[in-house]
Design a protein around this ligand. Structure first.
Ligand code: SF4
Length: 736
């Protein structure tokens, strides 16, 4: 058969780049950027263009696996579903539904049906024990948004197409792309802002790839972001630059905010942030003099220990200066429906349960991942005894992974749904093979689809480009079948379960040569129709996507704020109370001056923990391991040289890896990329032959270590020691 080209879109990161995919004989043979895509217009990165090598790997899971002793044996779907279903029934009967937990990973979030069916499955079991990776990188934003705007997914984003001043704090969009915003080509956007006379200011402990493109860059001490925002706020108040009309009409709590910012002068905060008062005042001046300015932050702030307070203050600044809901400032998108209003009305994503361990409030219906080990090892009602991990790899991405691994070994049942057998799946009792992104029909995921978190709104649908290999099945079908096997109906409704089973069986009968599946396209089409957006056919006739109406300024304040009185709460009680502890944090940071602080770093060819199993992504000098990056001055002080092995220690663990020197770092800061340390996994031969260590075993878990409001783990900005490895041995170790 001749090679056919399909248009689709990448589902690895939030950029969702349009792709042209060449398929020959059921195999992807080439991927190119889609030059005609309505917004991404020919942009894509190496990960998206080579992703098929990950999905076509000989290590790809093609059959259900069962752990027998230390080995894994292929079993039939019937056996896997039957045995898992029976164990789930017993656990729910004997220990209660909350004894069964689920961890919904990032990869799950990049499909539409997967997270819906996963949540529906837990709903059917009646279990509240949901966990997600959000408490590793972004739960702070959801927690603050719920308190300020009334719904966690109400997330204002910078209007990058029109802004005159963009201040990027703890984010590196040139490499990591934007977060909570779909912007196809960050480099182009940053250059465009400056080409039209605007300023891009980067605040980061490293002169990042984004900082090098920006108008200016300022170093900041890791973990001190909240004090940068406090000083920023203090200066705005001192200059009398609050916009009274917007505040009076649409916000409440200004007096409390003014009180809070009162003593945090730029002079005071400079001692912990490292940003001189004059420099801070100049940044504020640039922000205030722009016709439309936005503060934006991401993981560097989120994971730094005070992410919720820092993000809240950022939002307060954007709001009280009149930049919220303004072109060039921050906008609040609209998806294919007014999802926040629908969700609040129907109580979606608004659970108020509190955790058994640590009394943490759920964020987006999920408990913090950092208490999962405690929930497993602590006896009592609600003790976690089984876990389903779907599209995630918590053993490599969660804090204190060594302890988590010990806890996972105590589980009576660990089931992983994945495309490859990574670290977590290498410990599972059952591994269920799933579809890769190019093997399923889809719509853009929830951020663009339901919330309009896009620089330029558009809609696109894709068909499956190639069939899934072997016996791999889509996750929605797996959850439907698992619910049937456990005799617990999806979404808690026997009617829904029967209807979906009927659809599944009918669809499977029509396609006898494929694995049984629900008609995914039909369900996606239904979703579009019930939200008044036509069927999927209309979208498929426009394979490069169709533009939706552009964002509107002035469409949020007074109209879509979902707090009880419809006003933005600038000073939620919970956050004000947490802010009173900041003095102790400030003192601690000041006392710890001179100690090394660890930050993260990302490489353009790797994505979290799952892209090291293709030679093309790890080839080249030094690309087979992560390194500890250190400023040459710090290395000289410690008599360390590039290439030698060093031990990095915290109060939790020590890891050993090679040293690399990097002048771009703020002295006193060291950086270590995450996602490495695959030596112990059983199913990814290329990844497990790499060196490298898992940085996350250095950070703490448990209720005392997590941020109180959002449950965020502190995965950046913590103190660590670096010393020459005593043995000098080449072998790296990851601790798990
Ligand atoms: S930037 Fe790369 S990984 Fe992200 S969506 Fe685009 S091609 Fe995929």
């Amino acid at each position: 058969m001749a090679t056919q080209t399909h248009q689709t879109f990448c589902r690895i990161c939030e950029s969702l780049c349009g792709l042209d995919v060449d398929v020959d004989n059921g195999k992807v043979v080439d991927i190119r950027p889609d030059n005609n895509h309505v917004t991404t217009r020919g942009f894509a990165c190496p990960k998206g263009l080579k992703q098929h090598h990950l999905f076509d790997s000989p290590d790809r899971l093609k059959q259900p696996l069962k752990r027998v002793g230390n080995n894994y044996e292929p079993i039939s779907w019937e056996q896997a579903l039957g045995e898992i279903g029976a164990k789930l029934q017993r656990l729910v009967r004997e220990d209660g539904p909350d004894s069964v937990g689920m961890y919904v990973g990032t990869a799950a979030g990049f499909g539409v049906l997967h997270p819906i069916f996963a949540a529906g499955f837990m709903n059917g079991l009646g279990s509240k024990s949901m966990y997600s990776p959000a408490s590793q990188d972004c739960a702070n934003k959801f927690a603050a948004a719920r308190l300020m705007y009334g719904f966690p997914f109400t997330q204002p984003f910078p209007d990058v197409r029109r802004t005159e001043c963009l201040i990027v704090v703890g984010a590196n969009p040139v490499v990591s792309k934007w977060s909570f915003l779909q912007v196809p080509n960050p480099t182009r956007e940053i250059k465009d802002i400056q080409a039209r006379g605007g300023r891009v200011i980067v605040i980061d402990p490293r002169r990042t790839e984004t900082a090098k493109l920006a108008s200016e860059h300022h170093f900041i001490q890791p973990g001190s972001d909240v004090f940068f925002y406090l000083a920023f706020l203090n200066e705005i108040i001192a200059q009398g630059r609050i916009q009274p009309n917007a505040v009076e009409m649409h916000m409440r709590g200004l007096d409390e905010i003014v009180d809070l910012a009162g003593t945090w002068t730029p002079e005071k905060t400079a001692s912990v942030t490292g940003i001189e008062p004059g420099a801070l005042r100049a940044i504020v001046k640039t922000y205030l003099s722009a016709q439309g300015a936005a503060l934006y932050s991401s993981t560097g702030v989120n994971m730094g220990g005070n992410g919720t307070l820092a993000f809240w203050l950022q939002e307060v600044i954007n709001a009280i200066t009149g930049n919220l809901d303004r072109f060039g400032g921050t906008l609040v998108g609209m998806g294919i429906i007014d999802f926040p209003r629908f969700a609040v009305k129907n109580g979606l994503l608004m659970d108020d349960d509190r955790s058994r361990i640590g009394d943490f409030a759920k964020v987006n219906n999920a408990y913090p991942g950092g208490i999962m080990a405690d929930e497993i090892v602590t006896p009592g009602a609600g003790q976690l005894k089984a876990l389903i991990v779907t599209g995630g790899n918590p053993l490599l991405t969660m804090p204190n992974a060594t302890r988590l691994r010990d806890a996972f070994e105590q589980l009576e049942l660990l089931v992983c749904l994945d495309i490859q057998q990574g670290e977590t799946a290498s410990l599972a009792h059952y591994v269920l093979p799933c579809t890769g992104p190019l093997e399923r029909p889809d719509l853009p995921f929830v951020f663009p689809l339901l919330l309009g978190l896009q620089a330029r709104p558009y809609l696109q649908a894709t068909d499956a480009v190639v069939p899934a290999p072997g016996e791999a099945r889509d996750e929605a079908t797996i959850y439907l079948d698992l619910a049937q096997a456990a005799n617990m109906p999806l979404f808690g409704s026997r009617v829904v379960q029967r209807l979906l089973m009927w659809l599944r069986n009918r669809h499977s009968k029509k396609n006898p040569d494929r694995q049984p599946a629900i008609p995914q396209k039909l369900l996606l089409s239904l979703l579009l129709r019930i939200t008044g957006n036509g069927g999927i056919g209309r979208l498929q006739r426009e394979p490069h996507g169709i533009l939706r109406p552009d964002h509107e300024a002035g469409s949020f304040l007074g109209k879509r704020v979902l707090t009880e009185d419809g006003k933005v709460d600038l000073a939620p009680t919970t956050l004000m109370a947490a802010a009173h502890d900041l003095t102790a944090d400030f003192d601690r940071l000041r006392d710890e001056r001179g100690q090394l602080r660890l930050i993260t770093k990302r490489h353009v060819k790797t994505h979290n923990s799952w892209t090291h199993n293709f030679e093309g992504f790890i080839k080249g000098k030094g690309a087979q391991t992560n390194h500890l990056y250190m400023h040459p001055q710090d290395a000289k002080t410690r008599q360390l040289a590039a290439g030698e092995m060093v031990d990095v220690s915290t109060d939790i663990a020590t890891v050993r890896l090679p040293l690399a020197l990097l002048e771009d770092l703020m002295p006193g800061t060291v950086a270590m990329p995450h996602g490495w340390g695959h030596q112990h996994n059983k199913g990814t031969r290329i990844a497990s032959s790499t060196g490298g260590v898992n940085v996350n075993i250095l950070s703490g878990d448990g209720p005392e270590r997590l941020e109180k409001v959002s449950g965020m783990a502190k995965l950046t900005g913590y103190v660590g020691e670096v010393s020459k490895s005593p043995t000098g041995q080449e072998r790296s170790w990851s601790g798990i």
